[in-house]
Design a binder for this molecule. Structure first.
Ligand code: ADP
Ligand code: ZN
Length: 593
């Protein structure tokens, strides 16, 4: 007997409707068809195998490398009334799990890839019945992905043992080569690939030039209120410093980086996983394996490597769909340092050129004056997206100044000095500063010597950087600047150049106005009481608070004030099992308040 997916969605998970491609993917898997699914983090991949596993007869096998998360997942499913278990190096009594599987008492069995690749496990699953094989973090199967794991190569053999059982591969990050590899290595027909849209409409993108980074960070974090967030820093030292600065401002903050002892890292991760408020200051070592849907902000103190990296890291915010913020604090020195790191690195020339181009693209994005979401979506292949209305530039068009004249002077100076000098020298020539180098090259005799004395050296350097980010200047390996493809139109006066007024003549002490995340709570008092109740329940059940109920569910209760079980069942996120378990408590809380 096959259950109806929409019915499982509402009765077990308490959700009213499928999101995006979920409905289509679930219908396919329920019907026994394979799927390779690429879906951004937070879009709801898990339901794409959990629901089919409940609809089809037998137990769903879920291969996942995120062992640390399995216990929480299993417990969360248990609270929703789903019979789930895990087999991995930390999961304890495997005898009991094996017995439960054999006697058909499991809906879902999570297994680590090492275990899944073993002969014993193959023999076990061959005794079936198995409803589906789900391969999570499927990019691990590909050498082209960023986290290749040899054990993943043995999963096809496992799935091949189960003819007629659908396989579903899931990942959030896969470029074209990785996608093709996933299909090939796992025996999924290429036409079964489903790529979901990459937009994360609930994330508000913001970027701000660093002026006094510590103050900006503290002001931003405080403006968000008592909510969970991540601050990504470029270095371990930076992460520690950020945590100290936040602590000094009475914000609870901890650190995560590869230099900490394993126990401390694990303890801090566990704290964060369960925190209802508090900030994790981390390097990118804090990455894969964060499964916290209620992260309300992700801050970057400095530029990551590429738009992909930035998008993946900011994508950890707002997986529950509620309003969240991605804030980038960056400065020209970040670009210089990152460029230096790449040029001094070990990679071959081709790779370096690729990385430099990636970095330049992100630097240009940081300075963009238009919608921030549009270039991100274009980068991921979307055609002609509309401005989003939910980024800093859309919400408040930045005041700009026309600096086309200055840009033309700068480009001419680069050209007339022979396209071989760095910006410092070009600025000296423009400002009419006859230093040794200028005299040695005879640049004081150029007709444009001194035509830019009205601007400071800092402004010229800033403008040079802007032109470089926009492709009007290019940098040679030795650091000299030459004209790039975008220079011509500017020199001919066809394309204007504008700068953000605030960046052009910065007032040194501007305060950061990070708009607070709108929680939109109808009844603050009731909401707080519900939160307090949830905290106790979470402690009693030893699960993170969001596993008991999401903020969105508590908010809905505070707004709807349900006084009966029927009314409570209409709250998103409350399925039959949660209604049974928490219904009386919640109704009593509403009645009291
Ligand atoms: P992913 O694995 O793709 O990063 P998850 O499967 O963890 O994302 O889902 C992210 C969040 O979205 C979870 O909190 C989940 O409960 C919620 N969610 C998923 N699908 C739906 C839906 N159809 N309606 C409401 N919430 C959903
Ligand atoms: Zn926008």
């Amino acid at each position: 007997m096959i259950r109806d997916p929409a019915d499982v969605l509402s009765s077990v998970f308490g959700f009213a409707g499928f999101r995006g491609v979920q409905g289509q993917v679930i219908a396919d898997v329920v019907a026994g068809r394979d799927v390779a699914l690429v879906m951004p983090t937070g879009a709801g991949k898990s339901l794409c195998y959990q629901i089919p596993a409940l609809c089809r007869p037998g137990c769903g096998i879920v291969v996942s490398p995120l062992i640390a998360l399995m216990a929480d997942q299993v417990r969360a499913l248990g609270l929703a009334g789903v019979r789930a278990a895990a087999l991995n190096s930390q999961s304890g009594d495997s005898g009991e799990t094996v017995r439960a599987f054999r006697s058909g008492e499991l809906d879902l069995l999570y297994v680590a890839p090492e275990r899944a690749a073993m002969e014993g496990f193959r023999q076990l699953v061959a005794q079936g019945p198995v409803s589906l094989v789900a391969i999570d973090e499927a990019h691990c199967v590909s050498q082209w992905g960023h986290d290749f794991r040899p054990d993943y190569r043995r999963l096809k053999a496992l799935a091949d043992l189960l003819p007629g059982v659908p396989r579903i591969a899931l990942t959030a990050t896969a470029d074209a080569a990785t996608r093709a590899d996933i299909c090939e290595q796992l025996g999924i027909a290429p036409e079964r690939l489903v790529v979901a849209g990459f937009d994360r409409p609930n994330i508000r993108y913001q970027a701000e030039a660093k002026r006094r980074p510590a103050e900006q960070l503290v002001a931003f974090v405080k403006a968000q209120g008592a909510v969970p967030g991540i601050v990504y820093c470029q270095t371990r030292k930076g992460a520690e410093l950020a945590a100290e600065q936040l602590q000094a401002a009475s914000v609870e903050a901890r650190v995560y980086h590869a230099g900490l002892a394993a126990e401390e890292r694990a303890a801090n991760q566990k704290w964060f996983q369960r925190a209802e408020a508090g900030v994790m200051c981390a390097t990118v070592a804090f990455g894969m394996g964060i499964d916290k849907p209620d992260i309300r902000f992700v801050v970057h103190m400095g530029l990551p490597k590429s738009i992909e990296a930035y998008y993946q890291e900011t994508g950890r915010a707002g997986r529950d769909g509620a309003a969240s913020v991605a804030m980038l604090f960056w400065g020209p020195q970040d670009v210089t340092l990152a460029r230096q790191r790449i040029t001094d690195g070990e990679a071959d020339e081709q790779r370096k050129a690729h990385e430099l181009a990636q970095l330049a693209k992100l630097a240009a994005w940081a300075e963009t004056l238009g919608c921030r979401r549009v270039p991100l979506l274009v980068h991921f292949g979307e055609v002609d997206p509309a401005p989003c209305g939910n980024c800093d530039n859309c919400l408040e068009a930045p005041a700009t100044l026309d600096v086309t004249e200055a840009a033309r002077k700068l480009l001419s100076a680069v050209y007339r000095t022979g396209q071989m000098f760095g910006m410092a020298h070009v600025a000296q020539v423009l400002r009419g500063a006859a230093d040794d180098k200028v005299l040695r090259f005879g640049h004081d005799r150029l007709s444009l010597f001194g035509i830019g004395a009205d601007l400071t050296e800092t402004q010229w350097v800033k403008l040079g950087r802007l032109l470089e980010a926009g492709g009007a200047l290019e940098r040679e390996a030795h650091g000299g600047l030459k004209l790039g493809p975008a220079a011509r139109a500017i020199l001919k006066g066809e394309v204007p150049v504008r700068v953000r007024a605030a960046d052009w003549a910065p007032t040194p002490r501007r305060r950061t106005r990070g708009p607070a995340v709108d929680l939109g709570v109808a009844d603050e008092g009731l909401f707080e009481r519900l939160r307090a109740w949830r905290r106790k329940r979470a402690e009693a059940e030893d699960v993170p608070a969001f596993v008991v109920l999401h903020d969105s569910a508590l908010k809905a209760i505070a707004a709807m004030r349900p006084t009966s079980r029927t009314a409570l069942a209409g709250v998103p996120g409350i399925g039959a099992a949660k209604l049974e378990r928490f219904g009386d408590d919640l109704i009593a809380l509403v009645a009291d308040g």
